[in-house]
Design a binder for this molecule. Structure first.
Ligand code: AVJ
Length: 321
């Protein structure tokens, strides 16, 4: 049952918080975790031993750099466009190789956060000053729209970190389709997909004993408190992770430990929680080749190659139109 939301708010955040917390069951979008504090917590997650994704992808990029670089290159060189720039630690491996081998390329990291882009540009200037960098600030969708007329030479579009896993399949197809439309026939897409594996390994990656992932998840509530003048007590919620090995879907929840009322003053809204009521906050989808091929097909793309880490936990696929 969808209740219509009649109030209109100035920000997407306010709008989505209102919508998600007045539905049943309640939900909040994981994209709002990433303010400055959320970015920092995600950095900490990438350094946790349980969060295998980062090391696996690092391993792949290191092992297969020169093959991957060959796929990127075109007749007149290429533009490397990375959606979701992050801290660029993994990308630096590739960039260093491209510089060492004298490829003719430009690197364009795309991110919604100007702060992240500035940091990245700064650290690249220091570590690999030979790279020509052009940052693009904006949502993926907006930037992709403009990329279509950016067609002077081959585009290699790159999405690392299994970021696509935050999207359920219908949204993932939409995302891939937007990329496909921005691609010309010679362009390629290079994208990371975390694979189905021992369910225990997956649960541990999203349920660390030091509570970093819990703080990351609860940053949604902290952000609502800060930006929408609310009074969530994060102690009254429990971080809960599930993984369904059949569908490959990992889900994060915040579970209310007791009956409680929370006021969100900016929204003029009081939210009631029953004891054990849930807020669904994130999905982290896990894949296999069949599902990746199906998503690609639905989006008008073809898998032409993939690379995997030594444990077979993670794969990076190359797609063309
Ligand atoms: C950045 C979306 C790939 O889902 O694995 C890490 C975010 N959430 N721990 C993921 C995340 C909890 C991450 N992605």
């Amino acid at each position: 049952m969808k209740k219509e939301n009649t109030t209109t708010y100035t920000s997407d955040f306010a709008q989505d918080v209102h919508e998600g917390l007045t539905q049943y069951p309640k939900y909040l979008s994981s994209k709002f975790i990433y303010d400055e504090k959320g970015d920092k917590l995600f950095q900490d997650i990438m350094n946790m031993p349980e969060y295998y994704l980062t090391n696996c992808e690092f391993n792949i990029l290191k092992k297969h750099t020169s093959l991957i670089a060959d796929y990127f290159n075109g007749e007149k060189g290429f533009d490397l466009i990375e959606l979701g720039a992050g801290d660029g630690k993994k990308t630096k491996i590739l960039l260093q190789h491209l510089v060492d081998k004298n490829y003719d390329f430009k690197y364009s990291p795309v991110d919604i956060s100007q702060h992240i882009l500035d940091d990245l540009e700064h650290s690249l200037q220091k570590k690999i000053p030979e790279v020509s960098v052009e940052t693009l600030q904006g949502s993926y969708f907006k930037v992709l729209e403009n990329l279509a007329d950016y067609n002077t030479r081959k585009k290699a579009i790159m999405v690392l970190g299994s970021n696509i896993g935050n999207l359920m399949h219908d949204k993932a197809i939409e995302f891939l389709k937007n990329i496909q439309v921005a691609m010309s026939d010679e362009d390629m897409l290079f994208m990371g997909f975390d694979q189905k594996k021992n369910p225990e390994t997956i649960l541990n990656a999203y349920n660390d004993p030091t509570g970093i992932t819990e703080r990351f998840n609860k940053n949604l509530l902290v952000r609502i408190n800060k930006e929408l003048d609310a009074n969530f007590d994060t102690e009254n919620f429990k971080h809960w992770e599930t993984y369904d090995p059949e569908t490959g879907t990992a889900k994060s929840f915040l579970v209310s430990l007791k009956e409680q009322e929370v006021s969100i003053n900016e929204l003029n809204l009081n939210i009631n929680f029953k004891a054990w009521e849930t807020i669904h906050t994130e999905i982290s989808q896990k894949y296999d080749d069949e599902v990746v091929e199906w998503l690609a097909d639905e989006a008008g793309l073809k898998v032409i190659e993939f690379f995997t880490d030594d444990k077979g936990f993670y794969k990076n696929y190359i797609f063309k139109k």
